[in-house]
Design a binder for this molecule. Structure first.
Ligand SMILES: Nc1nc2c(c(=O)[nH]1)N[C@H]1C(S)=C(S)[C@@H](COP(=O)(O)OP(=O)(O)OC[C@H]3O[C@@H](n4cnc5c(N)ncnc54)[C@H](O)[C@@H]3O)O[C@H]1N2
Ligand code: MOO
Length: 392
């Protein structure tokens, strides 16, 4: 059986990033950058005032000065300012030639054209001035290929002179829930049936990523139904099935994939929960057969589906970030599979829920972390280090 690391590497190695596309900045949020952002301009392009007041030369203190004009944002004062002279200035305006400091208006007394200091404290050179290039210089690399475009990253790209950016493509993901016991969420269930909680859970997990998701509904446990349902999704980049991934008589995902001529890249990974994960391909479509147990589906989606979507969409660090924390209580030694315990993390201190049955949803609904118990890890006591993934 593949280890977690091997299985994640194999999955990403068989995927091909989607072609990039140019998008206006207003449509770039959450996408992955497909080219570096290299500043097309220097910011600020000139020395600017950080406050409303008066620009003058610090060498001419303590004044008084004669106010000879005005520099406003977008309307610079075009002339040189001489000894004994000052210019009214506003936040964001060019500091005129001949000036090296800004006297804020609260510290000034203005009488007609005459300006005096309001007090005895002298201004230092460069006070209240934002230096040209203080934020970035033309030609500098501001954002690297593959990063996620946050609002701040989009703003810096705009300031750097970009109106559009090349970003990764949006993978299309189809979700199929397999099982005769399943009903659509909200439908009445007798005691032989359950709501398909996996479908809305997976849609929610994908909602923060640049991808398009289709809920393909519930498929009954027959070879024909599953075959047809999978064939109907072949335009997708990824088909996700949940349920039917194990070895029971009604677990049909693997036999149906074989019947459809799929390449089965791997089946079963040394993780708990989530062992029966199936990864296969038909043409360019990657099929992820997630186990049906809700927590197993959640964990395998976190470890495999979301990284695959991120990778296809152009992310260069698609795997979930592993964080370091400390245990709030003892945990048993690790076994032959990497365990992922639903847990609560507060200020880096992690407590796992006592109920870890992969069929249960209440611990998952309260968890904000998955604690990682590596293969063959020694038993640990409270206060010892532990690694975890954040989940939201
Ligand atoms: N003899 C063995 N039995 C099982 C093994 C094994 O190795 N040998 N593996 C177990 C593990 S681990 C898991 S996980 C499950 C995975 O089973 P399947 O992927 O085949 O899933 P199902 O049997 O269809 O369902 C399991 C469980 O989850 C419920 N379910 C299914 N779909 C949904 C959904 N959309 N929303 C909510 N809940 C769902 C289903 O009703 C079952 O209770 O196999 C073990 N068995
Ligand atoms: O992996 Mo199953 O996912 O252990 O319940």
């Amino acid at each position: 059986m593949l280890s977690l690391d091997e299985a994640q590497s194999q999955l990403l190695a068989l995927a091909t990033r989607l072609p990039s596309q140019s998008k206006p900045l207003s449509a770039c949020s959450g996408h992955y950058l497909a080219e570096p952002v290299i500043a097309k301009r220097t910011q600020p392009a000139a020395d600017l005032s950080a406050m409303d007041g008066y620009a003058l030369s610090s060498f001419t203190q303590p004044g008084p000065w004669r106010v000879i004009g005005e520099s406003a944002a977008g309307r610079p004062f075009g002339n040189e300012v001489g000894a004994g002279e000052a210019v009214r200035i506003f936040t964001g305006a060019h500091v005129p030639a001949g000036c090296d400091t800004v006297l804020i208006q609260e510290d000034a007394i203005r009488d007609g054209a005459t300006l005096k200091l309001n007090g005895s404290e002298l201004l230092k050179p460069a006070a209240h001035i934002r230096r040209a290039g203080g934020d970035f210089l033309e030609g500098s690399t501001l954002l690297d290929t593959g990063i996620k475009l946050t609002p701040g990253a989009i703003a810096v790209a705009a300031m750097a002179g970009y109106g559009t950016l090349n970003v990764g493509g949006r993978p299309h993901v189809s979700i199929l829930a397999s099982g005769d016991e399943l009903r659509a969420p909200g439908e009445l269930c007798d005691d032989a049936h359950i709501p398909s909680s996996n479908t809305p859970m997976l849609v929610a997990m994908l909602s923060g990523l640049p991808c398009d998701v289709t809920d393909c509904g519930i498929v009954e446990d027959t070879m024909e139904a599953l075959e047809t349902a999978i064939q109907n999704c072949m335009q997708s980049d990824i088909i996700v099935t949940t349920g039917g991934a194990s070895v029971g008589d009604h677990d049909l995902v693997e036999p149906v994939l074989r019947k459809l001529g799929a390449q089965i890249d791997f089946w079963k990974v040394a993780i708990r929960p989530g062992k029966p994960l199936i990864v296969g391909r038909i043409g360019k479509t990657i099929i992820l057969g997630l186990p049906g147990n809700p927590s197993s589906a959640y964990v395998t989606a976190t470890l495999f589906l979301l990284p695959l979507v991120r990778f296809l969409a152009g992310c260069t660090a698609p795997l979930p970030k592993v964080n370091n924390g400390t245990l709030n209580h003892a945990i048993a030694a690790g076994g032959k599979r990497t365990e992922l315990f639903r847990a609560l993390e507060e200020n880096g201190v992690i407590s796992i829920f006592s109920r870890q049955d992969s069929g249960m949803l209440t611990p998952l609904s309260m968890a904000n972390a998955l604690l990682i118990n590596p293969v063959d890890a020694p038993a640990r006591v409270a206060g010892e280090p532990a690694q975890f993934l954040r989940i939201d």
